[in-house]
Design a binder for this molecule. Structure first.
Ligand code: GUN
Length: 291
């Protein structure tokens, strides 16, 4: 039996970051513009702190300006909205990201709505959600689904037209935008979720499986059509028999890799692509603002 090709997200992300840096070099040298990304973190969530630190580091490595704003979790929504309004007006800031989740006393959607859609590098603002859903090419696209799409297009040599795809998970951050992107690429797309009847049967029909449900190793190898391409968005920490922990995806990697044609590992698959696409979106936003 042939084993799946393991899609190297780390190498792919490094390549995307390299191309972002080249674009930044041209913006600086030929136009005197340095793109800037502002990240706002409310509270002390350790995982969010790690993400924000990595975003800042990679923004600087790509030659861009990074602005970090840390606010205590006692801050009011009004104070956070005032910060967003200030960043909306700041010409040095081309992209704004407010790290989610926000503390319970805040309304995530109200904060996202306050961000200027042209600076919304997460692609979560309703204007960008709408642009994506009508197939407009000038919107900002959520980073994780964009990363998945770039890897899929690379694997298939550019065109996904006519492929049968399934997205397992219907979140606003991954599942729904992934559906829209695959549909735009002329795939025949099914969106499955926890209430789907015969989820294994639905998956078995698909040439492309994108798993984004947040359930450790839920998608099994015998749910995969031989030769299908499997993109695993899940990042779940589970306990090992020895008491330690390890990271696993939403797909049971060992059983899936002996059936799939190609598969992304966890870690080292989709994960590194998210920040790479955030940097890419920041350059896109900067170019559009200076057009
Ligand atoms: N928290 C976890 N992932 C993300 C993301 O992609 N964007 C934002 N804003 N917050 C997150």
């Amino acid at each position: 039996m042939t084993e799946a090709k393991i899609i190297d997200g780390k190498a792919f992300a490094a390549d995307v970051r390299g191309r972002v840096k080249s674009a930044v070099d041209v913006l600086k040298a030929d136009h005197g513009i340095t793109p800037g990304l502002a990240v706002v973190l409310v509270g002390e969530d350790p995982a969010s702190q790690v993400y924000v630190r990595n975003k800042g580091k990679q923004t600087l490595e790509a030659g861009m300006n990074s602005y970090e704003f840390k606010m205590p979790d006692t801050v009011s929504q009004e104070e956070l909205l005032a910060k967003v309004a200030e960043l909306n007006e700041d010409p040095a800031v081309n992209g704004i990201l407010v790290q989610l989740p926000l503390p319970d006393h805040m309304d995530d959607q109200a904060v996202i709505t306050a961000i200027d859609p042209d600076k919304d590098v997460d692609g979560f603002h309703l204007v960008n959600v709408g642009r994506l859903s009508v197939g407009a090419t000038d919107g900002l696209i959520p980073c994780t689904p964009l990363g998945c799409l770039l890897m899929l297009k690379d694997h298939f040599g550019g065109s996904l037209s006519g492929k049968r795809a399934i997205v397992v998970g219907r979140s606003n951050i991954v599942g729904k935008p992934m559906f829209n992107l695959l549909l735009q690429e002329s795939c025949t797309v099914t969106v499955a979720h926890s209430r789907t009847d015969d989820l294994p049967g639905e998956c078995r029909r698909a040439d492309i499986v994108v798993a984004a449900v947040g359930r450790p190793e839920m998608v099994k190898g015998d749910w995969i059509k031989p030769g299908a391409v499997v993109i695993d968005v899940g990042i779940n920490r589970i306990e090992k028999p020895d008491g330690g922990t390890r990271l696993v995806g939403d797909v049971e990697f060992e059983s899936a890799k002996s059936v799939a044609g190609a598969i992304t590992p966890v870690p080292g698959g989709v994960g590194p692509m998210t920040i790479a696409c955030l940097l890419r979106n920041t350059v896109t936003a900067c170019c559009q603002q200076n057009d």
